[in-house]
Ligand binder design. Structure first.
Ligand code: C2O
Ligand code: CU
Length: 463
C-alpha cells in the first residue's frame, strides 16, 4: 500500500515536472486568429460604420501566406456570441482540419478555442471562411484570403489579392439587413448585396504604373453573386483557376466569370497611359460595364511590355486518369422558386413542398434535402469517380467539393481545368470527375450559401 502510494506520488510529481519542462515549448502556441465583432467602413464615408463579424478586427481577414508544402498553424479564438469554425476553402487538407461544424469537428462555442494545423500541398489562391451557419457568418464578414506561394513565383512586379464581396445593408443605417434566412433569399438566387466592392470597401483602389506587370488573385467571397468581370486598360492572361495552374496561360478575351467561392489568378500588364485609369469592370444589372476596382496609372514601370507570361509549375496530383473504368454517379438538383419541390426526403422522412417550406427547406440534391446519416457516395481510396449533375432548377448553382479538386468532363470527352467549385446553369447537364485521393468525410454543396442552408448540402466519404 505504502509503496503504491509512494509510486502514485512519484508519478504525480513527474507529471508536474514534465508540465513545468513543457512550459518553454508553449512559446509555439499557434498564433491566434480571433473571430470577433468589429466595425468597418464598408459603405461610403457619409454612412455609418457597419457592425461586422471579423477575423482579428479586419474585413476581410488578413491575407495568410504560407509556402507550398508548408504548415499552417492558427488558433481560432472565438470571441463571437455564437459558435463558429473555419473552413480552408480549396486546400486538399487533412479531414480533421476541414472546419465543417457537425461533420469534421464540433463548432467552437463562444469563449473557446480550436487549433488548426495542416500542411498546404498545393500552391495557389485559396481562402478561409466560417463554416458554421455560413450563410450568416460569411455575410457578416468572416472570410479572408489564403495564399500558398510557389517555390519560385512568376516574374511580376507585384502580387495583389482582390477579395470581392457584396453586402446587403439597410440604406438608412448601413447595418446588415436581417434576417439572413429570409425565405425569399433561400428560395431564389440567394443573398445578393446592394453594395458591391472588394477588400472591405465599396471603392477599392489599386494604383499602378504604365507597363507594370501584376499578378492579380481574384476571389469571389460573395454569398451568392456571380461576377462578370472585364479588364480595362489591362492586357491579361489567366494562369490558374481555384488555385490550380493552367497548363498554358490563356489570354483574357471578354468576360471573366467568377461564381461564389471561385478564384482566378491573372497576370496583367498595364497598357493604359500615365494619367489614365485602368481597372476591373463588372457587368451591372442594366447590362452596362461599371468600374469595380480602380487602378489609377501614374509613372512608368518599364518602357515597353514584356513577352507573354510562362505557365506556373503544376501542383501534385493534377491528373484524373481512368475515366473509362470510373464509377459513375448522378445527382439531380431540384427545388427553388418557380419549379419547386413536389416532395423530397428530409431528416429521414419524405415530405411534401408545404412541410419542407415550413421548415425553411427549398432544395434537394438527388432527392435528399440537406445532410443525411449516410453519405451520398461511399468511395474507395484512389478510385476515379464521375459525377453527372443535372440542374432541374431555374437558378445557377456554384457546386463545391471539399477536400479534392475535380475536372469537368466535356461533351467531347476532354477534360477541363482543375477546380473546386463549378457553376451549374439551369438545364445544362455537367459532368465532373475526380480521384478520391483524400480520406474522410467531405461536403459537396452549393456555395450560394442560402441554397446550402436550405437543402443543397450533401457529403461523400472516402474510406
Ligand atoms: Cu467555401 Cu463548404 O465551403
Ligand atoms: Cu445553389
Amino acid at each position: 500500500m505504502a509503496a503504491n502510494l509512494t509510486r502514485r506520488g512519484f508519478c504525480t510529481a513527474m507529471a508536474g515536472a514534465s508540465a513545468a519542462l513543457a512550459l518553454p515549448v508553449s512559446a509555439s502556441t499557434p498564433m491566434p486568429l480571433t473571430a470577433r465583432m468589429a466595425k468597418a467602413q464598408i459603405a461610403p464615408p457619409q454612412y455609418a460604420m457597419t457592425d461586422v463579424w471579423s477575423y482579428d478586427g479586419k474585413i476581410p481577414g488578413s491575407t495568410l501566406r504560407i509556402p507550398q508544402g508548408g504548415r499552417l498553424k492558427r488558433r481560432l479564438v472565438n470571441d463571437l456570441p455564437v459558435p463558429t469554425s473555419i473552413h480552408w476553402h480549396g486546400i486538399r487538407i487533412d479531414n480533421a482540419m476541414d472546419g465543417v461544424a457537425g461533420l469534421t469537428q464540433d463548432a467552437v462555442p463562444p469563449g473557446e478555442i480550436f487549433d488548426y494545423d495542416f500542411t498546404t500541398p498545393d500552391a495557389g489562391t485559396y481562402w478561409y471562411h466560417a463554416h458554421t451557419n455560413s450563410m450568416e457568418q460569411v455575410a457578416r464578414g468572416l472570410a479572408g484570403p489564403l495564399i500558398v506561394e510557389e517555390q519560385e513565383p512568376p516574374d511580376v512586379d507585384r502580387d495583389e489579392v482582390i477579395l470581392f464581396d457584396d453586402w446587403l445593408l439597410n440604406p438608412d443605417t448601413a447595418q446588415f439587413s436581417e434576417p439572413f434566412n429570409h425565405p425569399m433569399m433561400l428560395s431564389h438566387a440567394g443573398r445578393i448585396g446592394n453594395l458591391l466592392g472588394a477588400n472591405g470597401t465599396y471603392d477599392p483602389v489599386l494604383p499602378a504604373k504604365r507597363h507594370e506587370r501584376l499578378r492579380l488573385r481574384l476571389i469571389n467571397a460573395a454569398n451568392a453573386r456571380i461576377l462578370d468581370l472585364r479588364l480595362h486598360g489591362l492586357k491579361g492572361w489567366t494562369i490558374a483557376l481555384d488555385g490550380m495552374p493552367l497548363e498554358k496561360p490563356e489570354p483574357v478575351d471578354g468576360a471573366i466569370t467568377l461564381a461564389p467561392a471561385q478564384r482566378v489568378d491573372l497576370i496583367v500588364d498595364v497598357i493604359a497611359d500615365t494619367g489614365e485609369e485602368a481597372g476591373l469592370l463588372h457587368l451591372a444589372n442594366d447590362d452596362s460595364w461599371q468600374v469595380l476596382v480602380r487602378m489609377p496609372v501614374t509613372g512608368k514601370a518599364a518602357t515597353h511590355t514584356r513577352d507573354a507570361p510562362l505557365a506556373l509549375p503544376p501542383n501534385p496530383r493534377m491528373d484524373v486518369p481512368g475515366l473509362d473504368t470510373a464509377q459513375q454517379l448522378e445527382m439531380t438538383m431540384e427545388g427553388g422558386a418557380m419549379r419547386g419541390l413536389s416532395s423530397a426526403n428530409y431528416q429521414g422522412r419524405d415530405m411534401g413542398f408545404r412541410e419542407l417550406m415550413q421548415k425553411g427547406q427549398f432544395w434537394a440534391l438527388a432527392g435528399q434535402v440537406g445532410m443525411t446519416e449516410t453519405p451520398f457516395a461511399q468511395l474507395n481510396m484512389g478510385e476515379t469517380v464521375r459525377l453527372k449533375l443535372m440542374n432541374d432548377t431555374v437558378f445557377a448553382h456554384a457546386m463545391h467539393l471539399h477536400g479534392m479538386h475535380f475536372r469537368q468532363v466535356r461533351a467531347n470527352g476532354s477534360l477541363g481545368p482543375m477546380r473546386d467549385t463549378i457553376l451549374s446553369l439551369p438545364n445544362q447537364p455537367l459532368e465532373i470527375a475526380f480521384v478520391a485521393h483524400n480520406p474522410g468525410k467531405w461536403l459537396f454543396h452549393c456555395h450560394m450559401l442560402a441554397h446550402a442552408a436550405s437543402g443543397m448540402n450533401t457529403w461523400i466519404e472516402v474510406a
